[in-house]
Design a protein around this ligand. Structure first.
Ligand code: FES
Length: 154
């Protein structure tokens, strides 16, 4: 097992920041065209030294283990970041100490990156108001999930 896989395995023993955030300021949801997995990220902002920064981030995922591990890492790394700093982070940077994403897992990291960007772009006010879980939202035909399919790498 290489380092990345081992790090993912360790991260999955106690993923951080999982679950909806009732007092979130923004929510972003994306789906991957590569595998059909989905991920939602909630953001809560605060002000620090006159700048708007991310106070907390949480996530829910119908995704693979890599997406969960990256989201766990990313939601920690995002704390204290300005919107500009967060927007500039690549999937590899969001993976942090997990290591460089293997080619077959790049789209898993991009799922996290996409949910972050969707949330930074304002997400959906309706999602914020309903604070339903991702699974609840997917079951409702009138659900307010805005699915943004990420561009494929090829
Ligand atoms: Fe779908 Fe990883 S295989 S996000």
């Amino acid at each position: 097992m290489n380092n990345f896989e081992e790090n993912v395995r360790k991260a999955l023993t106690s993923p951080l920041n999982q679950g909806e955030m009732p007092d979130a300021d923004s929510v972003g949801t994306v789906g991957s065209p590569d595998c059909g997995d989905m991920l939602r990220m909630w953001l809560k902002f605060t002000e620090k030294d006159g700048k708007k920064v991310i106070d907390r981030a949480t996530f829910q995922s119908f995704g693979c283990q890599t997406a969960i591990a990256v989201a766990s890492m990313a939601t920690e790394l995002l704390k204290g970041k300005t919107i500009e700093q967060a927007r500039a982070m690549t999937a590899d940077e969001l993976s942090g100490d997990l290591g460089t994403l293997p080619p077959m897992k790049i789209h898993c990291g991009q799922l996290v990156e996409g949910a972050l960007r969707s949330a930074l772009d304002g997400g959906s006010v309706d999602q914020k108001a309903s604070v339903s879980t991702l699974s609840d939202e997917m079951k409702r035909p009138e659900g307010n999930v805005k699915i943004t399919f990420l561009p494929t790498a090829d």
